[in-house]
Ligand binder design. Structure first.
Ligand SMILES: [Cu+2]
Length: 193
């Protein structure tokens, strides 16, 4: 009379314990995997934040994207830096000054074709940043001219640059040095005033 009852009780317990007993390794591995995944996700997030901080800046209504400079080819005394400024506001602004410890002088220049020759000149009174528009400083156009480089710009390195805007104020950005063949061309001749 009692034996079948015990047998009935024992069967589910045995099945239960067999289930428990047959999966300890996968559960243990799953826990390890979660720890690894969380660790990897955190590492990725930190890396993404570092990249975002190095390449995007917000100053009031101005959004500054990917400030970069091309690596120097040998001991060149000059270099150029590029970035994109997106004015998301309703008021126009101006980039009026640029400073960096990487060069004795930094100026806002514009490259333009003149008689089939690429020339450049300083942008007087600052670079206009119309409201609701994106203004690019890019090879072949506007750029920050770095005159009297303290040392050649080396790929993978970075240096700070302070941008001063007429209305938005100042912001320090990190300029990353990209490979020599990074994008477009920056062939120019100094136009002497
Ligand atoms: Cu220039």
């Amino acid at each position: 009379m009692t034996q079948p009852k015990t047998g009935r009780r024992m069967r589910p317990r045995t099945i239960e314990s067999a289930r428990e007993g047959s999966f300890p390794m996968p559960r243990f591995l799953t826990r390890l995997n979660i720890i690894h995944l969380v660790g990897a996700a955190l590492a990725l997030l930190i890396a993404m934040l570092a990249v975002a901080q190095a390449h995007e800046y917000q100053l009031g209504q101005l959004h500054i994207d990917h400030p970069w400079a091309r690596a120097s080819a040998g001991p060149a005394p000059t270099g150029a830096a590029y970035l994109t400024i997106d004015n998301k506001g309703t008021q126009a602004d101006r980039l009026i000054a640029v400073e960096t410890p990487a060069a004795k002088r930094a100026e806002i220049h514009q490259s333009l074709m003149e008689g089939g020759v690429m020339k450049m000149r300083a942008v007087e009174g600052g670079l206009a940043l119309p409201a609701g528009a994106s203004t690019a400083l890019a090879p072949g156009g506007y750029h920050v001219m770095l005159m009297g480089l303290v040392k050649p710009l080396k790929e993978g390195e970075s240096f700070p640059m302070t941008l001063t805007f007429e209305k938005a104020g100042k912001v320090e950005v990190e300029i990353t040095v990209e490979p020599i063949g990074y994008s477009g061309e920056h062939k120019m001749k100094m136009k002497t005033n």
